[in-house]
Design a protein around this ligand. Structure first.
Ligand code: SF4
Length: 289
């Protein structure tokens, strides 16, 4: 498989077979994100995708899950997406579940009939960059959706039987607003239940567009202990029927993983231990040089 850029997918997809269908991110405008800024978004040729599927077919592979890459595979025009799904059916007749990243907009731009067609051809889970529960933060960070739009998009995929995984970022609201964000985000997630939550935690990149806000003083980066308190408050408030949680912090060795609701208390205890431990350290900020 040829791959351009840095492989980025949620940890719940580490065992999935990744089939790139595009390079980069079609949106590429989120002000905190540097993943694909160096890449020009483009769709991969169908011949290249088919050759990759033929290679996997020749190995007699039967992956349970196919994860379509890259940053926003759902942006593919519907006819092109259907051609790729039909190719997967041809070369992987074991009928794997199809998952991919999507923006809220790319769900809303499809009709219910088109979403149903994707479902009928194996698409079961979309990963959405929900990031924050605060409208002004979504706006500041130039996300492509508002809270009502996200609710509408999730309601539409839920109605046809698809589920979603939420990518979130503790710390995204900045110093002093972490608990406010945790409470707003918990309310959103409880109203629109995901099957997976991946908390990447904000990493403030000096070359990211949002850094100009840091320099102007309009955004103050929260330290890691504040973001851990935010994560604890979020976990405490989540009331979900069944959801894998995985939260990571790039600058400190601390990670909380588990299944909600069964392992909530265990995760909260780990958070308390982690907060007590890292409070002993001088303030640590997740700032990428
Ligand atoms: S949609 Fe995702 S990959 Fe694209 S710019 Fe935003 S955060 Fe980055």
């Amino acid at each position: 498989m040829e791959y351009e850029g840095r492989i980025c997918r949620g940890p719940m997809e580490r065992a999935s077979y990744m089939l790139p269908v595009a390079v980069g991110c079609s949106y590429n405008a989120c002000r905190f994100c540097m993943l694909f800024k160096h890449l020009q978004y483009r769709e991969l040729p169908l011949e290249q995708i088919e050759a990759e599927l033929q290679r996997v077919h020749a190995l007699n592979a039967a992956p349970k899950v196919v994860y379509l890459g890259d940053g926003n595979a759902m942006h593919l025009p519907h006819e092109r997406m259907m051609t790729i799904l039909q190719m997967i059916e041809k070369y992987l007749p074991n009928k794997p579940e199809i998952r991919m990243d999507s923006t809220v907009t790319d769900i809303l731009e499809r009709t219910d009939e088109q979403l149903q067609e994707l479902y009928d051809h194996g698409v079961r889970r979309l990963y959405l960059g929900i990031e924050s529960g605060l409208e002004d933060i979504l706006h500041t960070m130039c996300k492509d959706h508002t809270i009502p739009q996200a609710k509408e998009a999730i309601g539409r995929i839920h109605r046809i039987g698809m589920c979603y995984g939420a990518h979130i970022m503790t710390g995204i609201a900045g110093k002093g607003r972490c608990i406010e964000n945790a409470e707003a985000l918990a309310a959103f997630l409880n109203a629109c239940p995901p099957v997976a939550i991946v908390n990447f935690s904000l990493f403030a990149h000096r070359r990211a567009p949002m850094w100009s806000d840091v320099e102007k003083g309009t955004f103050v980066v929260a330290d890691e202990v504040e973001t851990m308190r935010e994560e604890r408050r979020l976990l405490e408030l989540l009331d979900l029927p069944g959801c894998d949680y995985d939260g990571m912090h790039d600058f400190i060795e601390f990670r909380v993983r588990g299944h909600l609701p069964e392992q909530k208390d265990k995760m909260l205890r780990k958070m308390d231990e982690g907060i007590a431990e890292w409070e002993k350290e001088p303030e640590i900020y997740c700032i990428v040089p």
